[in-house]
Design a protein around this ligand. Structure first.
Ligand code: NAD
Length: 448
């Protein structure tokens, strides 16, 4: 098998994330100690995973698990299978997860894992051996109260089930809560598969209401028609928004009168190609539409643009062409920090990934809670709790941005940093240890 890194983004995610952190630091009163702690991952594990292939040969794969910070709770983060996975990428994603969990006020720190592999080149049996081998290699670094795994790019519920099973085999006790995003029958949660889209939908509804935008008058373009993008398109269409363009890796379609999302989805599932179709019962007919490139989709004259595919899609090279007034980042890191500045000058409102796509990790948290309590919730209960949580945190980000007159991304980082800073400082900081004589600091109430 050839391992290539051709799909790896050229812009370093970690350096881009650090730039945003620096910007937020200007608005937060956070101790030097906390900043120093946040500049280094707590644990970075690199492992090699020998796998017996179907033809009898042995291949050794590289895998990683990084727990960036666990001050607010056990590490939490997905496992990515991709040829471009590297330790640097996994560290960046773990850093991002630390801020996302803090922003949503979940009792988790941030973590991430990955294997450098093209899973499409493996048989199902090889994929199972690789997934179980990965758990064998990192078992000492994970656990229900240590670090909890979840799906990410090219990993799914079946793989999560294998991982939970392997960890339980090693521990000789059923440990459902060590992995989230599992199949329902193995302790998964209702609503986990639609959680990211549902969270994004909640943010969009709450935020657009501030601009008095009526769904029926609002045009939307969505880049990426996968789990998150397609589900979100359906939710928005049901709420009355006009979805005029969608795309996948092969390109997109545009129809000014609005697309029939159920029809597009059905046609794509059957034929693997994207066409604007209208379906009634089992009869689908192709309707008038324009074929557009992904670059053209990003530059459409729409009210709302939703990047829901990959990182680094809007950069300093194409940001000026973006005409949408509101961008909701469903993908992780679709806009570079250089592009952020251009969009801000154009008056574009960018609602950041760590808020917009946090529905997935929030329902992962619900899954962990359900596994631990053994009390399983209905879909309505999951969605109601998800919406309440996301609405609360979105409103706070909005308020911070209004109060401090800063962009929404910086406001989200400010909120996350405050929570992380408080937790890190609660263990004592320079002020605490340097003032030994201070009775109020050294003698908590009741201590003589
Ligand atoms: P997915 O693999 O189901 O779908 C990705 C979609 O993007 C596919 O339609 C694919 O064809 C399309 N795509 C790939 N390359 C493209 C390109 N160059 N231009 C346009 N479209 C392209 O993935 P997903 O789970 O929907 O995730 C999408 C994004 O959302 C990722 O950035 C992911 O990290 C982020 N995200 C997803 C979740 C989740 O729970 N699914 C949670 C948080 C963040």
């Amino acid at each position: 098998m050839t391992i290539t890194a051709k799909d790896k983004p050229k812009i370093s995610l970690l350096s881009d994330a650090s730039k945003r952190l620096e910007k937020a630091l200007k608005h937060v009163d956070i101790s030097e100690d906390a900043i120093a702690r946040l500049q280094h991952p707590k644990t970075s594990l690199s492992v090699s995973i020998p796998v017996r292939m179907d033809d009898g040969s042995l291949k050794v794969f590289s895998g990683y698990r990084v727990r960036y910070d666990d001050t607010r709770g056990a590490g939490k983060g997905g496992v990515r299978y991709h040829p471009g996975v590297s330790l640097d990428e996994v560290q960046s994603l773990a850093f991002w997860m630390t801020f996302k969990c803090a922003l949503l006020d979940l009792p988790f720190g941030g973590a991430k894992g990955g294997i450098t592999v093209n899973p499409k080149e493996l048989s199902k049996a090889e994929l199972e051996r690789l997934s179980r081998g990965y758990i064998d290699a990192i078992a000492d670094a994970i656990g229900i109260d240590v670090d909890i795994l979840a799906p990410d790019v090219y990993t799914n519920a079946v793989i999560m089930g294998w991982m939970m099973d392997q960890y339980s085999t090693i521990q000789r006790i059923l440990c459902r809560g060590v992995v989230t995003g599992k199949p329902l029958t193995l302790g998964g949660s209702e609503g986990r598969d639609t959680a990211t889209a549902m969270g994004a939908f909640t943010v969009i509804q709450a935020m657009l209401s501030k601009f008095a935008l009526q769904p029926r008058e609002t045009t939307v373009a969505i880049q990426g028609f996968g789990n998150a993008g397609a589900t979100l398109a359906g939710l928005l269409e049901d709420a009355g928004y006009k979805i005029v363009a969608v795309s996948d890796s092969k390109g997109g379609i545009y129809a000014s009168q609005g697309l029939d999302i159920a029809g597009v989805t059905e046609h794509k599932n059957q034929s693997r190609e994207m066409k604007a179709v209208y379906c009634q019962d089992t009869v689908c007919s192709i309707v008038e539409h324009q074929v557009i490139s992904n670059e053209e989709l990003l530059a459409l004259d729409v009210d709302v643009l939703i990047p829901a595919a990959l990182e680094n899609q809007i950069t300093q090279d194409n940001a000026q062409a973006v005409k949408a007034k509101y961008i909701f980042e469903v993908a992780n890191g679709p806009i570079t920090s250089d592009a952020d500045q251009i969009l801000a000058q154009q008056g574009t409102y960018v609602f950041p990934d760590i808020l917009v796509n946090a529905g997935g990790v929030t329902v992962s948290y619900f899954e962990w809670v359900q596994n631990r309590s053994g009390w399983y919730w209905t879909l309505a209960e999951v969605n109601q709790r998800l919406q309440a949580k996301i609405e609360l945190e979105a409103e706070q980000v909005w308020q911070i941005s209004q109060d401090l007159k800063i962009d929404l991304r910086t406001a989200a980082y400010v909120q996350a940093l405050k929570r992380l800073g408080e937790a890190l400082d609660a263990k004592g900081n320079r002020n605490y240890f340097a003032h030994q004589e201070s009775p109020s600091l050294n003698k908590p109430e009741g201590v003589k």
